[in-house]
Design a protein around this ligand. Structure first.
Ligand code: RRO
Length: 319
């Protein structure tokens, strides 16, 4: 039977699966369910310095196009960063069993100062939690994504690096242009403390319309929201592989379109070390982890791969 154990920044991890931030991780009961699940690691909901209610509902909808045969699982959300506030997630981190599984704490401050305040507190707190800075929330009205403003991204990475002085990671938005992959990677590579890069956040500002009612699926921002699930898999794989190729000193976490062992395998093949599940976790709950792990192990067995290192990053291209 295939060995699914892996390592993340030298930490042993039981397997490469974890939740995507935002899914099953907003309150302590959900975090505890993840801690008890088969996932190898977990991340908390992106938080702001102070608690937020987020955008009006309906603000998350799952949908499938192509009919039952295609069985597509897609989502659109404009949650607007609803969260319990940084102190809440820090308290959870302080009682989490990090030996059992690594915990990432995701922060998404509304200002640079808020991010630096949270970074300072996390640094001073006695917790092995791993910091991830979300540069890609697409849903706060009036705020653009830091990941799409390369000057702001450079400034933030410089400030967080000098404030935190420990390895941390960033959650990136999807990029769609080779010049943008190059420029983003060049900025990330200036900062050795940026130890990992999570690709991708949802594809921002999509619009899904219900044919019959001629109405948007979600209420905030006139129906515009972040796309997740099946539609984003090729974009996610492109971003994972683009940063894997360009950031040889950094570890890549893949996120986007994972619903079975097949997509988890593809993310690993493209260069991811850990693989996150968002939309499908929202639909199935933490019971999804043992299923996807079994499917991944079966694919590895079929192909004769004994460990993840046998194929991770070994995507072939056509000569
Ligand atoms: O809360 C959200 O609306 C949200 C966030 Br912070 C994010 O990073 N990605 C997303 O799709 N939704």
């Amino acid at each position: 039977m295939a060995d699914l154990t892996t390592q993340f920044l030298e930490l042993p991890v039981k397997n490469p699966l974890m939740n995507a931030s935002g899914v099953w991780c907003s309150v302590a009961s959900q975090l505890e369910a993840l801690a008890e699940s088969a996932a190898g690691a977990m991340v908390s909901k992106s938080c702001t310095l102070h608690p937020r209610d987020g955008n009006p509902e309906p603000r998350y909808r799952v949908f499938g196009h192509g009919g039952p045969k295609e069985n597509k699982v897609c989502s659109i959300n404009s949650m607007g960063l609803p969260n319990e506030g940084f102190a809440y997630y820090l308290r959870y981190a302080q009682r989490h069993d990090h030996e059992n599984k690594p915990l990432f704490v995701s922060i998404s401050g509304l200002t640079l100062d808020d991010n630096l305040t949270m970074v300072d507190s996390l640094k001073d707190a006695v917790t092995p939690a791993i910091l991830e800075v979300n540069l890609s929330c697409p849903n706060v009205p009036g705020k653009s994504q830091i990941g799409y403003d390369f000057d702001a991204m450079d400034t933030l990475l410089a400030e967080v690096s000098s404030g935190y002085q420990r390895p941390f990671g960033v959650k990136l938005p999807p990029y769609f242009d080779m010049a943008h992959f190059d420029e983003a990677a060049e900025i990330l590579n200036r900062y050795p403390l940026v130890a990992f890069v999570t690709c991708i956040n949802s594809i921002g500002n999509a619009l899904v319309i219900d044919l019959e009612s001629e109405t948007t699926l979600i209420k905030p921002k006139d129906g515009f929201g972040g796309l997740g699930g099946d539609y984003v898999l090729p974009t996610a794989l492109a971003n994972v592989n683009a940063f894997y190729r360009r950031c040889s000193e950094k570890t890549i976490i893949g996120c986007g379109g994972v619903k079975s062992g097949t997509e988890a395998f593809l993310h690993l093949l493209a260069g991811a070390t850990l693989v996150q599940i968002g939309t499908s976790l929202y639909e199935e709950g933490p019971g999804i982890f043992p299923r996807v792990l079994d499917e991944l192990a079966a694919i590895m067995d079929d192909k004769g791969y004994k460990t993840i290192a046998d194929f991770r990053g070994k995507l072939k291209t056509i000569a």
